[in-house]
Design a protein. Sequence first.
Length: 292
Amino acid sequence: MNKAHKETLSVRLISTAFMVLAIAIFKPFGLEMWQWQAYVHLLAILALGLFSCFLTEIILRYVIRMPRSYNRGVSYIISRNLRFQCINTPLVSLFICLYRHFAMSDLVEGNRLSLSNYLETLVIIAFLSFAIGLYWRFKFRSRYLAAELEETRQLNEQLKKLQTSGQDSQPTQDGSINQDSHITLEGSTNEHVCLEISDLLYIEAVGNYVKVCQLQDNEVHTTMLRATMKQMEDALQTYPIIIRCHRAFMVNLGQVEQISSNSRAMQLVMRHSHDAIPVSRSNISKLKEQLG
């Protein structure tokens, strides 16, 4: 078992133990009626909590296809932990609810299986999961910040390599790179814009139009075309340096000054205009793949 697996196991065990400790202190589900038997029930709830964590890991890995990984960036780790909580909380609530019905309903009638029984259990476990999540987020805050900085540094290094490699336009027939490929972008009416690929900064969807931002004589100019982002993607699909980074944005990676990132968002800061273009979570992996 490697270090990462040991740490994950330790986190799950401590989290489940915290949940059981809170239940032991506040004694919901009529535990005060059971005297010494309450400790047996607490141990059973601990086992149910650990089993639920194990089952949730299987669901994440094989059903949702999100394996445990510390090499996919901070956003992936946070997203996976959030999904873990969203799955594990109702799951462990169901197990405890069933345990209350089959093992704890002799003395306490309220432990009988019912919707109100389940909702009561879900509220308690959800509150404890939220508190546990805050604790681990605070505990690992410095690690997350360090990982974010390192990830952003690596992305910026990869960006510089891509920009200096000359792979910012369409390959010619002999396999060389034509860095100043000329293209005409057309709208659904008569308007159009002619530009060099290397001068394109970004394209933004604005209602029924797209805004084409480009360099002209070292100044930033914008042109509005009545077109869709899908039309722009089709027109620029042969230029891998231009990617769709957001539902409303396409950017020329050759004109990105730097990448800024944190646990909440990633942005591409453009040269010349210094506009900050957002990168949606669904497109972060595409950006990393292109830079890699």
